[in-house]
Ligand binder design. Structure first.
Ligand code: HSE
Length: 384
């Protein structure tokens, strides 16, 4: 199967190099930006790929929604199988791509868009066929896990940790999506769509680590807690789907505490299987390229889809999920949150544990406080 590659950045180089060595797969042309054609295998015009009858499949690793969506549709309509690592694309337009691929009778796979090298969506899509999925989630962003690990284990500051994650090729071109939890949110959207056939587009909530300070790290570490950025998705008995991302303070001994560097831990809970967790590198050239190659070899073996046949766009509702939260905010904001325990109130900085609050209420309260200019860090508390 001859595979053309769209994009020749961190992941694109990995995909192309792996294709050259893969059994049953052949490296085709690589689409690069105008002015970047410095070798015969590179092309600057998508038509050279979609109009080439020898190209069987297209692997898109450019990132971003446009022009990736237009290129994807052009490839699918030309009868090419389509594989992508682009979570922004699938989160925004995955339903349309899936139905277009179905109409055209070609495959549409995107394992690498959630979990990097971890074969999470692939296994989740298989589990859906025989088990009822109750929840999905875990550590789904390698950049922030790397940063949290460095900040907690070696006292590195936020800016240096982010810089290193960028140098190692873990972060997005614009790392805002990583540090605000948007990248992990896109991944949990995909997992919800695979698990329940609903790709939520509204009602989603993401809190990242961009308001985390060195003083916060010191404080919760002194309390025996480890912070991880966790994405969560679950479906209630009435069919409502919760989907959100937020920092979580874990107590010692929880599996996520042992997930270091750029690793992800992706989890699903099946009614019959119970909790299944997969750990592996969630970001970087070779892990991500390996997931793209696995999808391509899956297509060669007849695999065509990850979404259920009736997948549609929908909404999330995070009002029914609730936790106690650890919150740091200005002392002047005392009384703005339902406090179960005040941990400290010194030098104008208040740290408290809230009573149980809905995810929707906590995220809304932080948004309101920030709109007034108050700096807030919050993290859900999870007991082992
Ligand atoms: N920026 C992403 C991450 C890349 O850090 O997880 C892999 O999706």
């Amino acid at each position: 199967m001859k595979v053309a590659v769209l994009g020749y950045g961190t992941v694109g180089v990995g995909v192309y190099e792996m294709l050259k060595k893969a059994e049953g797969l052949e490296a085709g042309p690589v689409l690069v930006r105008p002015g970047k054609k410095d070798a015969d295998f590179k092309v600057c015009d998508l038509n050279e790929i979609v109009a080439d009858p020898s190209v069987d499949a297209v692997a898109e690793v450019m990132g971003g929604v446009e022009p990736a969506f237009s290129y994807a549709m052009a490839a699918i309509r030309a009868g090419k199988h389509f594989v992508t690592s682009n979570k922004a694309l699938v989160a925004a337009r995955g339903v349309e791509l899936f139905h277009a691929a179905n109409e055209q009778g070609v495959a549409f796979l995107f394992s690498a868009a959630c979990g990097g090298g971890v074969p999470f969506l692939h296994n989740l899509a298989r589990a859906v066929k025989t088990d009822e999925i109750l929840s999905v989630g875990g550590i789904l962003n390698g950049t922030t896990n790397f940063m949290l690990d460095r900040m907690q284990s070696s006292g590195m500051d936020y800016a240096d940790a982010l810089k290193q994650a960028q140098q190692l090729g873990y972060a997005e071109a614009d790392p805002t999506a990583d540090v605000t939890g948007l990248d992990a949110l896109r991944k949990i959207m995909l997992a919800c769509a695979v698990a329940w056939g609903v790709l939520p587009q509204e009602g989603l909530l993401n809190e990242g680590i961009d308001s985390l300070s060195a003083a916060d790290v010191a404080d919760f570490m002194a309390r025996g807690r480890t912070c991880r950025l966790i994405a969560s998705g679950c479906r209630a008995a009435d069919g409502r789907i919760a989907a959100y991302v937020e920092p979580v303070l874990l107590s010692a001994g929880e599996a996520e505490c042992a997930v270091l560097k750029n690793f992800n831990l992706a989890r699903y809970e099946g009614k019959n299987a119970g909790s299944i967790a997969m750990i592996g590198q969630g970001a970087g050239r070779w892990p991500t390229a390996s997931a793209v190659l696995r999808d391509l070899s899956g297509i060669a073996e007849g695999e065509t889809a990850m979404f259920p046949a009736d997948v549609c766009n929908g909404a999330a509702d995070n009002a029914a999920e609730s936790h106690a939260y650890y919150v740091r905010l200005p002392s002047a904001c005392r009384g703005r949150l339902p406090a179960a325990e005040v941990l400290s109130d010194t030098d104008g900085v208040l740290r408290l544990i809230t009573e149980g609050m809905s995810v929707a209420a906590m995220h809304a309260a932080a948004k309101a406080l920030r709109a007034e200019g108050c700096g807030v860090f919050f993290a859900a508390l999870r007991e082992g």
